[in-house]
Design a protein around this ligand. Structure first.
Ligand SMILES: [Fe+2]
Length: 373
């Protein structure tokens, strides 16, 4: 539990709304100088709605609620209280959260504000600090190559994790069959498996998803169209039917939180995930196409401008693909370790390594597992 916000229940709706505003102020950062206004409307308590003005600081205004703002976000009081109770674990992609909220206007501003209410657990903060010290002691920022291990034993992998050293594992074939997959083979093999959940009421089977993906590839629509949703599973839970072929390797399935599926059309000219780090040891199995991971050791934290408000993973303000030395001068000293993952290869990435992922081919498919420990 984060020491700043020990209160989990509120005396009243008004106390919850005030507490939420404090939470936003406490997590606010704005190095890129975003400007704008967001009205946060609580339908059950309209008189206690507020306007957040994003500037160098975050200003909360409780009066003049009828003014025009760049963005309006409507959050039911039950969702707002849930955000407060669960800010260490909440995921805005959860249909039970996002499906209850309404947005209008500039969504980037809403997105910026939403992140401010997240907080890391004490476990995560302590873990990142310990990993940073270990990486410094090991001199990992000067590492120029990721080690490769062919058909390693469980013990070898545990030793790598204990040293917080990333490695690529090869030789996984022929069992499990994690190579030579195509879209058609996936559609045939897992036709009824649910691979994407868009909302509380909308989900999609592998058969339908592959059909949409192939239509998209034959006739890619404009990415700028409003409401654009590219055919991409974006880390949806790996369906049970796929676990036999793609389930976690080397350890018991119970050792992992449910695996995630990254399947679909992805842009190859921009990163598929922006620079961030995870508090758990991750395994990424590449299945279709290639991916490149750019890794930065945890002791380079001060060079990468990580968010202070985060929970399940820690993003960075600095974007290596668009460096801005005036805003992020220290990032020029950061040392990157790049590794390309081919189909059938898996990377073990101990907790705390910053990383950015680029898809080198589209369509692309990977499965990720995170260790519980
Ligand atoms: Fe990650």
């Amino acid at each position: 539990m984060n020491a700043l916000y020990p209160q989990q229940e509120f005396e009243s709706d008004v106390a919850a709304i005030k507490g939420f505003a404090e939470l936003l102020i406490g997590g606010y950062q704005n190095p890129l100088g975003v400007r704008g206004t967001v009205k946060l409307r609580v339908p059950e308590r309209p008189e206690h709605s507020f306007v957040a003005r994003l500037d160098a600081q975050l200003h909360i205004d409780w009066t003049d609620l009828d003014r025009a703002t760049d963005t309006t976000v409507t959050v039911p009081i039950a969702t707002l209280k849930r955000l407060f109770r669960e800010f260490e674990v909440i995921d805005f992609r959860d249909p039970a959260i996002i499906g209850t909220m309404e947005f209008s206007g500039n969504l980037d501003l809403a997105n910026h504000l939403a992140k401010c209410c997240l907080r890391p657990s004490t476990f995560t903060v302590d873990w990142f600090r310990a990993v940073g010290a270990l990486h410094r002691a090991k001199g990992y920022r000067d590492l120029t190559e990721v080690p490769y291990l062919h058909r390693p034993t469980q013990r070898q992998i545990l030793e790598l994790i204990a040293e917080s050293c990333p490695a690529v594992i090869t030789g996984l074939e022929p069992s499990p069959p994690c190579k030579d997959w195509t879209l058609d083979r996936l559609a045939q093999h897992y036709s009824d498996a649910v691979v994407r959940v868009r909302s509380a009421t909308q989900s999609q089977t592998m058969r339908d998803f592959v059909r949409e993906l192939k239509d998209f590839m034959a006739n890619p629509y404009d990415e700028m169209v409003e409401g654009f949703v590219k055919p991409y599973t974006e880390g949806a839970q790996l369906p049970q039917q796929m676990w036999d072929d793609f389930g976690p390797l080397f350890f018991d399935r119970e050792d992992f939180i449910p695996p995630q599926l990254w399947l679909g059309a992805v842009p190859t000219h921009v990163p598929t995930s922006s620079l961030h780090r995870d508090p758990r040891c991750g395994f990424l199995l590449q299945v279709i196409g290639r991916k490149r991971l750019d890794l930065y050791s945890a002791d380079q934290e001060d060079l990468l401008y990580p968010y202070k408000a985060y929970n399940n993973y820690q993003p960075c303000w600095y974007r290596p693909q668009a460096p801005d030395p005036e805003v992020f001068p220290k990032a020029q000293q950061a040392k990157c370790l790049s590794v390309t993952l081919n189909p059938g290869e898996m990377i073990v990435q101990p907790a705390g390594w910053f990383h950015q992922v680029h898809a080198l081919d589209s369509p692309n498919m990977s499965v990720s597992y995170f260790w519980r420990y």
